[in-house]
Design a protein around this ligand. Structure first.
Ligand code: ADP
Length: 266
């Protein structure tokens, strides 16, 4: 059945608002006996036809450390996307509200969770393109899962999609992405290094008081984010490895997963 990802509007019950994002409102919902998060896609925000094609690919991606896409309801206006419900919200807020109460062991566990999800995407040949703590979500039992993978390709807002523009996530982007828009699993690895930095800084924003231009200049002169006070040396070494200028010099997610797992079991 080629419509297996299509959800009938009658099957879906919409509840309260959870938040809002790039594509519009996110509501709590119920579908086939389970709680789901429903993204209501504002028409002018997304290239819907292209997304529907890609949704088939995204639905097949399935891993315990990825926020699952369950289906799309394109008969509903606006179009809705149904995702696995994540009780504890996005990782950046989660970190900020627990500031001072997270042990380095828990932080390592979060990085490990994300590296598992990303190693799966890497092995599936799927590039995330916007990995950051704000695009990870936390489940009821405090597992961290990767969300919003590949979604920036369908954003219609120019301010977000061009590296020259204000909303482009320059502070999470590898140099080759900023210069030539060259995305790869290795550019995801760079972003993962920044995500680890966010985790060990309890949700602080990277390069807080600096403009995108200033960040690009300092990266070009070889400077990098400093070691977070709470990060062990071994973890900071992994961050620095992720921020190698040449993509080939960076680790793969498979390697990162292996390294993080070996630190976790110490
Ligand atoms: P977008 O990707 O469209 O920018 P977000 O993913 O940032 O939107 O979602 C906006 C907010 O909605 C998040 O900060 C979070 O609070 C909530 N949210 C999104 N997805 C889920 C989910 N799967 N489970 C629970 N809450 C979610």
């Amino acid at each position: 059945n080629c419509y297996q990802w299509e959800v009938e509007p009658e099957e879906l019950n919409l509840g309260q608002e959870l938040g809002s994002g790039q594509f519009g409102l996110v509501l709590e919902g119920r579908w086939r006996g389970r709680k789901v998060a429903v993204k209501m896609i504002k028409e002018e925000c997304m290239s819907e036809e292209e997304f529907k094609e890609e949704a088939r690919v995204m639905m097949k991606l399935s891993h315990s450390k990825l926020v699952q896409l369950f289906g799309i309801c394109s008969q509903h206006s606006p179009m809705c996307l149904l995702f696995e419900f994540m009780e504890n919200g996005c990782l950046s807020d989660y970190l900020r509200t627990r500031k001072g109460r997270l042990s380095p062991d828990l932080m390592l566990g979060m990085c490990l969770d994300v590296s598992e999800g990303m190693a799966y995407l890497e092995s599936s040949g799927f590039i995330h393109r916007d990995l950051a703590a704000r695009n990870c979500l936390v489940s009821k039992n405090n597992e961290v899962k990767v969300s919003d993978f590949g979604m920036t390709r369908f954003v219609l807002d120019d301010q977000y999609t061009s590296s020259q523009c204000s909303k482009f996530p320059v502070k999470w982007s590898a140099p080759e992405v900023i210069r030539y828009c060259k995305f790869s699993s290795k550019s995801d690895v760079w972003s993962f290094g920044v995500l680890m930095w966010e985790v060990y800084n309890e949700g602080r924003l990277p390069y807080e008081n600096r403009s995108n231009t200033e960040v690009v200049e300092s990266l070009n002169s070889g400077l990098r984010l400093l070691k977070p006070r709470l990060a062990p040396d071994a973890v900071y070494l992994l961050m620095e490895w992720c921020w190698k200028e040449k993509p080939d010099d960076r680790p793969t997610f498979a390697q990162l997963l292996h390294e993080l797992a070996s630190l976790y079991s110490l």
